[in-house]
Design a protein around this ligand. Structure first.
Ligand code: PAF
Length: 284
């Protein structure tokens, strides 16, 4: 049975004991309400490391004032069962008061990479992610930490933060896990009504159109964006927030696809905001 640890001092003591026994450690940071996507990260960590910690913490600092912090789905019992089944050793589940001092005064800001895509509508989001991820890395000092490619901008920002701050953890990006019809797995999919759930398949369908354009040799970012937008327009319930082609180093939009790019979209289906993406490297 997976052990649940709620305090930073106990978490540190456990990692210390593992290290003394010569064991290596993997961390899978999550906000809980785990699904197959998280399970694939946990299984990868269990395969790569002697010990795996899964953090389950709905991080208040990455939610804006009008976002879904209060209503974000939570089910710790179910999460612990999934983590146990996937073979991890510890669920680290601190209360917000354990993680944040009321007078905390430190921010972690990665300059530039958070300006576009999700950063435009969620201005404080990535600072909150960087703060909590740097704390989780400091608490668990893992050899490797696992992040899903669905949150691609998060993955690029966390990699940059870890590089710039000389944090000794390898950041491992893992492929998007999808439903049989193509919808990327997400805890927020539970917000969708049956009609919205059916409409949500337009995200992956539109990205497939964009991928077909770029794989045919087209190098104009606008042509890729236009193909995606045209497919999104076929679904009346879909309201695109952004359709972008960005450089993977700067996360800035490109006109011409000359190096590796991230093709990313955010779409509202009803009141639910969903994201999806793919990476493309013309040299690969
Ligand atoms: O991807 C998430 O679930 C969160 O942003 C993370 C990395 C666990 C930080 O709270």
């Amino acid at each position: 049975m997976t052990q649940i640890i709620t305090t930073i001092s106990e978490m540190r003591a456990q990692v210390h004991a593992w290290r003394n026994a010569g064991e290596c450690v993997g961390l899978v940071p999550t906000m809980g309400y785990l699904h197959e996507g998280h399970k694939s990260l946990i299984e990868r960590s269990v395969a790569d490391n002697d010990r795996t910690v899964v953090s389950v913490f709905v991080n208040p600092t990455q939610f804006g004032p009008n976002e879904d912090l209060e209503s974000y789905p939570r089910d710790l019992d179910r999460d612990v069962a999934l983590v146990t089944h996937a073979g991890a050793d510890v669920v680290f589940h601190p209360e917000p008061e354990e993680m944040y001092f009321p007078d905390r005064s430190t921010t972690v800001h990665v300059e530039g990479l958070g300006n576009e895509l999700c950063g435009k509508s969620r201005p404080i989001h990535f600072d909150g992610v960087c703060l909590v991820v740097s704390k989780l890395l400091n608490i668990t000092t893992p050899d490797r930490a696992y992040f899903g490619q669905k949150d691609a901008q998060q993955l690029l920002i966390v990699r940059r933060m870890v590089r710039d701050l000389s944090i000794g953890t390898d950041i491992v990006g893992c492929p998007i896990v999808r439903e049989p019809d193509g919808l990327a797995k997400s805890s927020r999919n539970t917000y969708l009504s049956p009609a919205e759930r059916a409409a949500a398949v337009v995200l992956s369908r539109s990205l497939a159109c964009g991928r077909a354009v770029v794989e045919s040799g087209e190098r104009s970012a606008e042509a890729v964006r236009a193909a995606i937008r045209a497919e999104l327009a076929t679904e009346p319930l879909a309201e695109p927030e952004y359709v972008e082609v960005v450089d993977t180093n700067t996360v800035s939009p490109v006109d011409v696809i000359a190096g590796e790019v991230l093709v990313a979209i955010a779409v509202r289906i009803g009141t639910t905001r969903l994201i999806d993406n793919f990476f493309f490297d013309p040299a690969a």
